[in-house]
Ligand binder design. Structure first.
Ligand code: CDP
Length: 204
């Protein structure tokens, strides 16, 4: 079965958790597309030109264990604003989306640019304060030093850059279902997303 679930939204809205849970529930493959931009950002921090890094991205770049830092997130958001970088990553994402057995992709532009014909589109969002609180808790839990106001500032700056760029800005596709997780537990958010996907499967 070819079936694509596109999950978009801003940083720390809950996309990753929801996507992994939906993929597991329905037996679909999952691609966190943010990791591609993080891997390019990481290579730029290591001295490579962004375009070259995107064009020659290898599995070992994506498998690195140092991609989940604030510095890499910032670098990712900067390279993600470059049209050449985005273009170099399109084919891989589209092939993944149409693989046999179903696929969940989460990112910023899956429902709008990468998979405009995805069978299900969900736009996951939450207030900036709540997203910053979740990101702060994650950083602390993983042993990284964090300051809440700095994390909130970083979330807002990244939102502004992701929404303001000309190429593939972060926004909900017109036919996406918006899921605001501000007041939801993880279980509630996953249950809502599951219901949306079930409706999509039933309606095809
Ligand atoms: O985990 P978090 O939501 O904070 O970030 P991420 O999904 O790992 O993405 C890091 C950065 O990559 C984002 O701030 C975006 O600028 C960029 N990105 C993008 O432009 N398009 C995507 N499909 C995924 C990520």
């Amino acid at each position: 079965m070819i079936f694509t679930v596109a999950i978009d939204g801003p940083a720390a809205a809950g996309k990753g958790t929801i996507s992994r849970a939906v993929a597991e529930r329905f037996g679909f493959a999952h691609l966190d597309t943010g990791i591609l931009y993080r891997a390019v950002g990481r290579r730029v921090l290591d001295g490579d030109p962004a375009e070259l890094a995107a064009a020659t991205l290898r599995h070992r770049d994506i498998a690195r264990d140092d991609l989940r830092t604030q510095a890499v997130a910032e670098a990712a958001s900067q390279v993600a604003a470059m049209p050449e970088v985005r273009a170099a990553l399109v084919a891989f994402q589209r092939e993944f989306a149409r693989r046999d057995g179903g696929a969940v992709l989460d990112g910023r532009d899956i429902g709008t640019v990468i998979c405009p014909k995805a069978e299900v589109k969900i736009f996951v969002t939450a207030s900036a304060e709540i997203r910053a609180r979740r990101r702060y808790d994650e950083l602390v839990a993983s042993g990284q030093a964090a300051d809440f106001d700095a994390v909130l500032g970083e979330v807002r700056a990244r939102d502004a850059r992701d929404m303001g760029r000309t190429d593939a800005p972060l926004k909900a596709a017109e036919d996406a279902v918006t899921l605001d997780t501000s007041a939801l537990s993880i279980e509630e958010a996953v249950a809502s997303a599951t219901t949306i996907v079930e409706a999509g499967i039933a309606g095809r």
